[in-house]
Design a protein around this ligand. Sequence first.
Ligand SMILES: Nc1ncnc2c1ncn2[C@@H]1O[C@H](COP(=O)(O)OP(=O)(O)OP(=O)(O)O)[C@@H](O)[C@H]1O
Ligand SMILES: [Mg+2]
Length: 332
Amino acid sequence: MNDILSVNHLSIGFDHSYGHTSVIDDISFNIEKGQTLCIVGESGCGKSLTSLAVMGLLPSGGRIHDGQIVYKGQDISRKSQKELSEIRGKEISMIFQEPMTALNPLHSIGYQVSEVLRVHQKVSKHEAKEKAIEMLRLVGIPSPEKRFAQYPHELSGGMRQRVMIAMALICHPGLLVADEPTTALDVTIQAQILELIQNLKSQFDMALLLITHDLGVVSETADKVVVMYAGQVVEYGDTKELFTEPKHPYTKGLINSIPKMDEDTEVLPTIKGSVPSPDEMPMGCRFVTRCPFAMEICSKIKPPKITDGHEVHCWLYSSEDVKGENPSVDKV
Ligand SMILES: Nc1ncnc2c1ncn2[C@@H]1O[C@H](COP(=O)(O)OP(=O)(O)OP(=O)(O)O)[C@@H](O)[C@H]1O
Ligand SMILES: [Mg+2]
């Protein structure tokens, strides 16, 4: 196996004074060395929590209840914060949606980029500075020697995102996690940043776990796609196959809502309804309340995982005789 990351049956929940809420339920996926895997799904489906769990950065109250996160053969889901801090930034790095939340406004950008290197590697201050400048140049920051001494507020949003990418990559990690890395940026800058991430990914031979709402970006960049709905994986497979032969009604709905250049984009089909909150999850399939093909069994029993080409979690594809009137899924 050539997997760099393998998420196995991961479940995450939050503990409250009044009890416990399960948010991520039994999700599994793998990323091979150098591959790009995208996680897609509507707001609140659990994309960010999944990526934060991989980083060992769950918000307070959040806890891994079950499953494993295996990075290069080691289960990192039960490691202490000290052990994780040795992995973070060195082996696995993350870039966030809003660079200002990750950058310290009180330190120069040069200090922040070189500090990552000094935490993880035995290098002199001078060497760290040289490497930081080289990295700033590599991420497309003009006059990096001059920028080195500047503070985050002196840079544009796009430049700040480039600094964050420089910080994330300076130790040459094996995996980069990027949660909506361009959403906070101007549209013109978004494409440049995505292209930069793609180029550096090949240059550094890293794997990429990318979370994005933009299915156009997914179809162009991902090797594999995980479609999440309400904290569960509903479909998972190779990008080309998933886009040409989507199976789950939710995936079909997402793909149908991509604007197409050659069609009237005024009225796009949308998936009616909204994602249920963790406290009011339907029994059985969580998509049942919004699915045009829901059958009786869907509201009662969790759908089975069917692997035929790629993975789908849906009763419509079960060989068991559960369909009753046998709805045709092709019409979704
Ligand atoms: N700190 C928290 N405490 C309790 N519940 C939380 C917390 N953070 C997230 N959740 C819940 O976990 C679920 C998944 O949230 P998450 O942020 O992972 O969604 P997402 O898919 O990243 O959404 P978006 O596309 O809006 O970023 C949501 O139902 C959310 O309410
Ligand atoms: Mg999110």
